[in-house]
Design a protein around this ligand. Structure first.
Ligand code: NAG
Ligand code: NAG
Ligand code: NAG
Ligand code: NAG
Ligand code: NAG
Ligand code: NAG
Ligand code: NAG
Length: 917
């Protein structure tokens, strides 16, 4: 509808006014609701923990590896982000202004089953709506119903720690005087307006591991470890206020408090003994490696570093990581102290299956005939900071102790931050949050880092196939817990007969940089916000060096694809400055991205480009006498040297007519496609700018090293500007115009850079599939195009790793018809002259298939990538054909080049000395 421009202005005024008033009313009402919602939320979250303990002060810089909760509760909006459908709902209710947000009804019509009970909790309903499969929806529904009926969780669990005194549990000490500035119980304070009672307060204090609980002023609960002085004792009548939970009970009074024993003694962790060089037998260690990803060479380097015939390597590879599993199984054949378990699980971040996996692995270990004293948990991103010899000496002096790291903060706060008071259900490789829960009575909750070193005795207790009541109950509890491995072993330790073997040290130093690591980056796998530690880089060296005099033996994280220099530095620190000098290719790193035997995890765009490179190389190598008729990609590998991405290597098999097969390896890298059209104050500061994808906000790097984008990629501009000392330049705006292959403007994005160092990325949301072909981004500053970046969206020859079908090409290569409207201000930067021709071309291209499609792909690949090396790997062809080509084994870049640092050769008595290198 068009509004007439010359309509009488005055006639519009009253309408605007009513409109205005309505808007104001809506706003007011919304604010009121928001306020209501907030207070409600607050009240239901009744124990608002309060800072009292010193430990909290040290909270800011503890090295605990745990999830940190960013918001107290997902706000409505946050929650709605998880599901499209919920989003619609919200819009609807907003429209009729009758926002009753507490009403969320389960849409039964979407379910192919009838829930076993009426599901009313908002979080459970939201989770059921968001879950993908019916099986998962049913699992969430089943669990919710079991909880509603009180059948899932144990209500009470025993405590077998000898330092408890069960006779005293709940015994009253009487009424005591309290003072505002000298609290009798100073460990924890909570205020519960609805449910405070001696019982609920004892429950909390016991859970937090305090010896005394006190109720005061009706609604308050205090916990502490110091015995109240008898001089403060008052007659019982001085405590005279009723409890909110039950008016027949007394909950202290005005600065008077009823104090009770919780029955637990103050917990003091054990000190670890210093290493001694005694003649006692040395301990044997199982390194339990739980692995994910494709960093095979780093894993081998880690194993090589720890290798010793007396120690064992038990390896769990995530069930989705077929490549690692295949490759590591080869070690098993050579070494009888290496086992790769066949009982595999999908271990998502924070997932409950992680605990299932660990217990399953421990049970398997207990049944094997390996003789061991300790299990140490490691991942592909751990690396030792002391030699194994020192580790063994240390553990030998601490036999039967258990090493875990506690959170070191107030327990109730930890419980909330960690989401231990919530039920999570894992299915569809996601952790769904379905509501609040009450932790069982009687157990002290503890947790922190999930890196541990556990003794044989403790492992046989906790992983026993006939667990006692405590362990069985905690296994149920932790089956529905986020990040279970961060609390389960701690909690079992604290409440079992092993409580006096607890050492508060996980032997690890972790590279936390919370500003970078807490971007809520796991939202797609868990209904929670968590943090991750950063990779070590040479600038973090001091942090590693500082572990020298401390009882720390491992550091994390290390990722050679991000930085390998730090690992070499560490090795030289351990084994001498000359270490590695004579070893070949110490500064190279190879990372496999594709293997022809892979079952999944294939990136069709990478495969398409690699395939094209193999075809182009084959053509190049062919001559009359030796003609390669076709080629198949076997492996694709990233090759880094001194932490710079040098090439993407394509290992392929070429077929020669009537002669046979030969394998070659070649490498390619992206061309520079940035054109500076005009030098200005911004362009001179440009360190790099390119279009890529998979930007890692934590490590601030794009993990798509060859910059391969396909129709289903999410392109992003990744940039870095250096600091300027030109005080006149101030802040600068850069506008980016994104043009597709038909020169149509698809998106306008902008950044403001200040005069400091600026880096980051911008990722517009394009609708997929993207139209394949040559795209461009124009960079505008001060109303002038000063640079342009071209980038390729490669048409796919492979779709879900199979050759694309004629029926698929148009869908995949036809782009999409979604375009945003932009106002005319950008028109002057755009060239509309050949628009129709380009559109016709795009349409024709989208129909290309077979050799025609290959030709299109190869032309684009040649435009955007260079390939300059090739070597012969092997072959039955013993002719003069490629006599001049080097053998791959003799090059320094090929994936077949020697890589001693990642080659585990012979078992040697002495480990960690690298004699064999
Ligand atoms: C809002 O209006 C729609 C349609 O007008 C109706 O179906 C829906 O029930 C209403 N929602 C509420 C919360 O009143
Ligand atoms: C919202 O819905 C709940 C549950 O049906 C009801 O008890 C409550 O009164 C409603 N609140 C408002 C403001 O309509
Ligand atoms: C849920 O419970 C029903 C009834 O007890 C059972 O038949 C079904 O297998 C359960 N489904 C899941 C996924 O747990
Ligand atoms: C650790 O030290 C304590 C006290 O010095 C000693 O009694 C104990 O035997 C030591 N433990 C080991 C395993 O050496
Ligand atoms: C740069 O952009 C910001 C926000 O996009 C805007 O407020 C500012 O006025 C712009 N500055 C210039 C010089 O264009
Ligand atoms: C292991 O290392 C020792 C000490 O350097 C060396 O003497 C021995 O020959 C090596 N053993 C094997 C099997 O290579
Ligand atoms: C207790 C335990 O063993 N935890 C960890 C072992 O290592 C993996 C990483 O590979 C962690 O995620 C586990 O939680």
């Amino acid at each position: 509808m068009v509004i007439p421009r010359n309509a009488d202005n005055t006639r519009w005024m009253p309408r605007y006014r009513t409109f205005f008033i309505i808007c104001a009313l809506i706003l007011f009402f919304q604010l009121y609701l928001a306020f209501r919602f907030f207070t409600l939320n607050h009240a239901s979250n009744s124990w608002s923990p309060h800072k009292l303990s010193k430990s909290e002060l040290s909270d800011l810089d503890n090295n605990v590896n745990s999830a940190r909760r960013i918001k107290d509760s997902l706000s409505d909006d946050e929650d709605l982000k998880f599901g499209e459908k919920d989003h619609k709902n919200k819009k609807q209710t907003d429209k009729n202004h009758s926002v009753n947000r507490t009403i969320v009804k389960l849409r039964l019509e979407e379910l192919d089953f009838v829930p076993a009970c009426e599901i009313v909790t908002r979080e459970a309903i939201s989770a059921i709506h968001r879950a993908k499969t019916q099986k998962c929806k049913q699992e969430i529904s089943n669990t919710t119903c079991l909880i509603q009926k009180g059948l899932l969780y144990p209500k009470k669990l025993p405590n077998f720690c000898e330092s408890k005194n069960s006779v005293l549990i709940g015994k009253s000490l009487g009424c005591f005087k309290d003072e505002k500035n000298f609290r009798v119980l100073n460990g924890y304070y909570g205020n519960n307006k609805d449910k405070n009672s001696p019982e609920s307060c004892i429950y909390l204090c016991l859970q937090s591991g305090f010896s005394y609980a006190g109720v005061q002023y009706s609604t308050e609960c205090f916990c502490g470890n110091d015995e109240p002085s008898l001089s403060l004792k008052l007659p019982d009548s001085s405590c005279n206020m009723k409890c909110p939970a039950d008016p027949h009970l007394i909950c202290g009074g005005y600065y008077t408090m009823n104090i009770y024993y919780t029955g637990v003694k103050k917990f003091v962790p054990q000190e670890a003994n210093e290493s001694t060089n005694s003649n006692e037998p040395k301990v044997k260690i199982v390194f339990l490696l739980t692995l994910n990803g494709r960093a095979l060479r780093q894993i081998k380097r880690l194993i090589k570093n720890l290798f010793h015939k007396d120690h064992y390597f038990y390896i769990h590879v995530d069930i989705r990581q077929d490549y690692l599993f295949r490759e590591l199984r080869k070690l098993e054949k050579t070494f009888n102290n290496v086992k790769v378990t066949r009982k595999r699980f999908a271990t998502i971040w924070g997932g409950a299956s992680l605990l299932k996996m660990l217990l399953s692995s421990m049970r398997e270990l207990l049944q094997m005939d390996w003789q061991w004293d300790f299990i140490i948990n490691l991942s592909e991103s751990d690396y030792p900071v002391k030699t194994v010899t020192r580790l063994v000496d240390f553990l030998s002096a601490n036999k039967n102790k258990n090493f875990v790291k506690s959170h070191g903060r107030e327990v109730q706060r930890f419980i909330q931050k960690q989401g231990l008071d919530k039920t999570f259900v894992e299915c569809d490789t996601h952790m769904w949050r379905i509501g609040d829960r009450k932790l069982p009575w009687g157990v002290q909750i503890d947790g922190g880092s999930d890196w541990v070193a556990l003794s044989h005795n403790f492992v046989s207790y906790v992983a026993n196939s006939h667990p006692d009541e405590l362990v069985a109950g905690l296994i149920v509890l932790f089956k529905y817990t986020l990040l279970p491995a961060e609390s389960f072993f701690h909690t079992v330790l604290r409440n079992s007969v092993f409580c006096n073997t607890y050492v508060d040290n996980n032997l690890h130093v972790t590279n936390w940089k919370r500003k970078l690591g807490c971007k809520c980056q796991y939202k797609h796998v868990v209904d929670w916000c968590g943090c991750s530690p950063n990779d070590f880089k040479p600038e973090d060296w001091l942090r590693i060096q500082n572990t020298e005099s401390r009882q720390l033996f491992f550091a994390r994280k290390f990722e050679p694809i991000i930085n390998q220099a730090i690992i070499l530095k560490l090795d030289q620190w351990l084994y001498g400055a000359d270490f590695g000098k004579k070893i070949k290719n110490m500064n190279s790193y190879w990372h496999n991205m594709y293997h022809y035997l892979d079952i999944d995890n294939t990136d069709d765009a990478i495969l398409t480009v690699s395939d094209s490179i193999s075809r182009i190389t084959s053509k190049h190598l062919s001559s009359n006498a030796c003609s390669i008729n076709s080629s198949t990609v076997m492996e694709v590998t990233y090759y880094h040297h001194k932490d710079i991405h040098k090439k993407t290597l394509v290992f392929f098999e070429g077929y020669l007519n009537k002669i046979g097969k030969m394998t070659f390896e070649t490498g390619f890298k992206p061309k520079n496609t940035l054109i500076i059209l005009k030098q200005n104050s911004i362009s001179v500061r440009l360190n790099h700018i390119f279009v890529g994808s998979d930007y890692d906000q934590k490590e601030q790097v794009s993990r798509n090293f060859p910059r391969i984008l396909g129709p289903y990629s999410e392109p992003a501009i990744i940039y870095e500007f250096s600091t300027t000392f030109d005080s006149g330049s101030k802040s600068n705006n850069i506008t980016f115009l994104w043009l597709d292959p038909t020169n149509k403007l698809l998106e306008v994005s902008d950044i403001v850079i200040d005069d400091g160092f600026n880096d980051g990325h911008i990722k517009p949301t394009f609708k997929q599939p993207l139209l394949p072909g040559s795209w461009s981004v124009k960079l505008i500053s001060k109303s002038e195009i000063f640079a342009e970046i071209k980038f390729l969206v490669i048409p796919l020859r492979f779709y879900s790793r199979n050759l694309i079908l004629p029926t698929q090409v148009e869908l995949v290569h036809g782009g999409n018809s979604y375009y945003k409207e932009f106002d005319g201000q950008w028109d002057k930067f755009l060239n509309h002259s050949n628009k129709q021709r380009l559109e016709r071309l795009a349409l024709a291209n989208s129909k290309r298939f077979g050799p025609d499609l290959e030709e299109w792909i190869d032309n684009l690949v040649l435009k955007f990538y260079t390939t300059d090396v090739v070597c012969v790997a092997s072959g039955s062809v013993n002719s003069d054909c490629w006599r001049d080509l080097p053998k791959c084994q003799d090059t320094e870049w090929s994936s077949l080049a020697p890589d001693p640092k990642s080659t585990i050769t012979t078992i040697n008595e002495t480990s960690g000395t690298f004699d064999l290198w």
